[in-house]
Design a binder for this molecule. Structure first.
Ligand SMILES: Cc1cc2nc3c(=O)[nH]c(=O)nc-3n(C[C@H](O)[C@H](O)[C@H](O)COP(=O)(O)OP(=O)(O)OC[C@H]3O[C@@H](n4cnc5c(N)ncnc54)[C@H](O)[C@@H]3O)c2cc1C
Length: 186
């Protein structure tokens, strides 16, 4: 089991956390529930006809906790890379956690953490590949931190899921997906 620290508790971070926790990884989400979703009202999230952003967040946070992730109501102030590059230390005012992977999902506010980690940046955003990997091994970025000017909730949630599936696939050594089917009727 890997330990993953997700910095940011909007749609990108919570979506990554849901997949990782369902994949039995030790998952911590850092954030103080100050996402822009509290100003949003969703009519453009496929499958949701009409839902306030605060209600969306409430459901998402409950879903993530029920799946086994830990929600930590702290702001991350620093992320340090171990000398061998194989682990990271996530620091808040009250906590210090060693993790195997970092997912940067804190919107524009985590640009400075990305820069300190050595992730490549282009203008105002962090550069990632198709699996949301940054240039730093085991550091991912998803959502508004990657595309600050073209941000939508459904895109952030999708990007968080992509990062999570890549981590799960790396950990299991083969491609992973998380597919459920409806219960069989008697
Ligand atoms: C007024 C308004 C209306 C909108 N309406 C819509 C809409 O109708 N439909 C739609 O799809 N989108 C809408 N959006 C955009 C939507 O809110 C964003 O696309 C979405 O919130 C991006 O999700 P994210 O997870 O990438 O980042 P965010 O939602 O920005 O989440 C990042 C989270 O990380 C936290 N964080 C930052 N730094 C740290 C740190 N150092 N430590 C811990 N936590 C940290 C932040 O506090 C925040 O909670 C709207 C936005 C606004 C402002």
């Amino acid at each position: 089991m890997a330990r993953i620290g997700i910095i940011g508790d909007g749609p990108a971070g919570l979506s990554a956390a849901l997949f990782l926790a369902r994949g039995d990884q030790d998952t911590i989400v850092f954030g103080t529930d100050e996402t822009a979703m509290h100003w949003a009202h969703l009519h453009n999230y496929l499958g949701i006809e009409d839902l306030g952003g605060t209600a969306f967040q409430r459901t998402a946070r409950g879903q993530v906790e029920a799946a086994g992730a830990t929600l930590r109501a702290h702001e991350v102030t620093e992320v340090r890379v171990a000398a061998d590059g194989a682990s990271f230390t996530i620091v808040t005012a009250d906590t210090t956690d060693e993790v195997d992977y970092v997912v940067l999902a804190g919107g524009k506010a985590v640009q400075s953490l990305a820069e300190a980690l050595g992730a490549e940046r282009d203008g105002g955003h962090v550069v990632v590949d198709t699996e949301q990997r940054t240039a730093v091994d085991r550091v991912y970025a998803a959502g508004r931190v990657v595309r600050p000017e073209r941000s939508q909730a459904v895109i952030s949630a999708g990007a968080g899921a992509i990062a999570a599936l890549d981590i799960l696939s790396r950990e299991s050594g083969k491609d992973v997906h998380d597919w459920d089917s409806p219960p069989k009727e008697d």
